[in-house]
Design a protein around this ligand. Structure first.
Ligand code: ZN
Ligand code: ZN
Length: 374
């Protein structure tokens, strides 16, 4: 078992596929304690880090577009909660001891996208555990973040739940970008963490009919318990004709969808090529489709004639932007969305690779890694 003792700031560095170790990521020091160099930053003592699909991809392949190496390793982790240890001299929104959720991407604040309020599209983004930007991740003892990307959580929210603010913000950004209107129907392809949270947010936004799809019956069983009033549809892995499969889905939903021959919205959260096609075929004329999360494959076959003929709205969606974290926090605080049910396991810091392996095998929904203990 890896050891985290004797280090000022023990951190899980990934240096290649299946190659990670705990090393010291030393921060500036003041009388032996880690300190800050920017007066607008805060130092967070990490409590929990969530494992998501991208972490597993990093663990298995060493990166997504940019890859780590032994000379350029990166600290993993981007979903995190913690307790404020120190605040910079100019910070008055937070104080030591505050329990917080961390928004893990820090935009440049100067480029055109930042100025237009689309900071998730920032050209100089430093996102946690992104080797391209060199920004280290949250699987560390002390994490430095700008104070305005750190959110105090309500007293009744646990630090475990606070980790889920990150994927919930992805869902909030998705449903907002989709432009879902009250009373509309929405089909969610994929019933993993993001799909489940999108369904919950869609309900909170007033969707009348929410249908979760997956190829695994156990995922749909969980979805029925988690998303109150939702419907589920088991996709047939063996059906290669996606048009036929979309018709089977719509038949199962009739008669409500029969009059307009399709659903109003599709949120694609699986990344599977066949699910993308089924989503396009299942939409009504003029319906809206959004692709959320990162697709499993870089290139897919797309029914472009159907897309044109139906005059569909097609949208992409990347992380979260202005106001998404705030709304995610309010949805949690008001109990419109609960996330406790999604937490499947907690692995000690020293055994982090077990959590990546577990998630890679599809075990559990949201697996957490505990921060360094004293
Ligand atoms: Zn993630
Ligand atoms: Zn920018």
């Amino acid at each position: 078992m890896a050891s985290a003792t004797n280090f000022q700031n023990p951190s899980w560095f990934l240096s290649g596929p299946h190659t990670a170790s705990i090393r010291d990521h030393r921060l500036a020091e003041d009388e032996g304690n880690p300190t800050l160099t920017d007066p607008y930053d805060v130092l967070v003592r990490i409590s929990y880090v969530g494992v998501c699909g991208s972490d597993v991809h990093f663990w298995n392949h060493g990166g997504i577009q940019t890859f780590v190496s032994s000379t350029a390793p990166i600290i993993l982790g981007h979903e995190a909660s913690g307790i404020i240890a120190t605040v910079g001299s100019k910070v008055d929104s937070l104080k030591p001891g505050d329990r917080v959720a961390i928004e893990p991407g820090f935009p440049c604040r100067r480029c055109n996208f930042c100025k237009r309020g689309q900071y998730n599209l920032c050209l100089g983004m430093r996102f946690a555990a992104d080797p391209a930007s060199g920004q280290h991740g949250t699987l560390t003892k002390y994490f430095v973040a700008p104070a305005d990307f750190v959110y105090v959580i309500p007293a009744e929210m646990s630090l475990e739940e606070a980790v889920l603010v990150e994927p919930l913000s992805v869902a909030v950004h998705t449903v907002r970008n989709l432009g879902l209107k009250a009373g509309e129907s929405v089909v969610v392809m994929g019933s993993g963490t993001i799909g489940l949270l999108c369904a919950k947010v869609a309900c909170a936004f007033g969707a009348e009919r929410v249908v979760l799809c997956d190829v695994l019956p156990q995922k749909l069983e969980f979805a029925r318990g988690y998303v109150e009033g939702c419907e589920t549809f088991l996709l047939d892995k063996g059906q290669m004709d996606t048009e036929v499969e979309a018709k089977r889905l719509l038949d199962a939903l009739s008669p409500a969808s029969a009059d307009i021959k399709g659903v109003d919205n599709v949120i694609e959260a699986s990344g599977a090529g066949s699910a993308i096609q089924i989503g396009i075929f299942a939409l009504r004329n003029g319906g809206s489709y959004i692709q959320t999360g990162m697709s499993g494959r870089a290139k897919v076959e797309f029914p472009i004639n159907v897309f044109s003929a139906k005059e569909l709205n097609l949208k992409g969606c990347f992380r979260y932007g202005a106001g998404d974290y705030e709304l995610a926090m309010r949805l949690l605080a008001s109990k419109k969305v609960g996330v406790k049910e999604l937490i499947s396991s907690v692995t000690p810091f020293e055994r982090a690779p077990e959590a990546w392996e577990k998630t890679g095998k599809g075990e559990g929904i949201k697996n957490l890694i505990e921060g360094v203990r004293d």
